[in-house]
Write a protein that binds this ligand. Structure first.
Ligand code: PEP
Length: 254
């Protein structure tokens, strides 16, 4: 059975106090929830990872992830963070390839391919994001674009490596826009991704990888999106910043 996952990407929001408060609120609200086979992940910004992880009383089901990481071990990369630095504070999961990183920071498939190797060499885990922009969707190129992103950044990896990869389909036109892919649109791409993986790595790998949907998931639409057979959870932006909303989204997958 695939693991179900609800992950909150807090982006560049919240100072240290507000991050700790939100993490604690989420933790308290899930205390009464039974969450079998479900992971709950939150991704505060770099400066808040340590205090949220080590100085906030959290239910042990709340996992902490970073939002990005550099591929190099160390060196002259001003403003960047390495895998070793994340490891040194106990962080083992990192979001990679978010469309905002691709769009505003010129993150390329080539860089992502290197980052994936760094993740795996450090026994970490990646939430790998991919998805088409609006023009590509309108031109009906979304399947081609998604396949290209996956093959360019992931297909140098082994089948075994996919045990440490969570995929997140995030159509860029649905991120932070209030416009959500329909459950059918999400399912269509998720099923396609599984087929692409099956063709390359075999059905066992394809069936085992959790594929999350991201893009304006809210308390009101989560359950319907998560009910699709190939949607294993969500990567949540805006709604992850409000404890009640995030917890309702978690309830949508149970
Ligand atoms: C995201 O940034 O990963 C995301 C899905 O954002 P939102 O939920 O706000 O669309």
């Amino acid at each position: 059975m695939r693991t179900k996952i609800v992950a909150g990407n807090w982006k560049m929001n919240l100072d240290v106090r507000a991050s700790q408060t939100l993490a604690q609120e989420i933790s308290e609200k899930i205390e009464k929830l039974e969450t079998p086979n479900t992971r709950i992940i939150i991704a505060p910004t770099f400066t808040n990872l340590y205090p949220v992880y080590h100085h906030t009383r959290l239910d042990n089901r709340v996992e902490i992830a970073a939002q990005n990481m550099h591929q190099a071990k160390s060196g002259a990369f001003t403003g960047e963070i390495s895998a070793e630095m994340l490891q040194s504070i106990g962080i083992k999961t990192v979001i990679l390839g978010h469309s905002e990183r691709r769009q505003y920071f010129n993150e390329t498939d080539t860089a992502l391919a290197e980052k994936m190797l760094t993740v795996l060499n450090n026994n970490m885990e990646a939430i790998f994001c991919f998805g088409e922009v609006l023009e590509e969707r309108k031109a009906e190129k979304h399947f081609e674009v998604v396949k290209g992103q996956l093959s360019n950044a992931l297909f140098h990896l082994s089948a075994n490596d996919f045990k440490s990869i969570i995929l997140a389909y995030e159509p860029v036109w649905a991120i932070g826009t209030g416009e959500t892919a329909t459950p059918e649109q999400a399912q269509e791409i998720h099923a396609f991704v599984r087929k692409v993986l099956a063709d390359k790595y075999g059905k066992v790998v394809a069936d085992q990888v959790s594929i999350l949907y991201g893009g304006s998931v809210k308390a009101s639409n989560a359950k319907e999106i998560f009910s699709q057979p190939d949607v294993d959870g969500g990567l949540i932006g805006g709604a992850a910043l409000i404890a009640d909303d995030f917890v309702k989204i978690i309830e949508g997958i149970l």
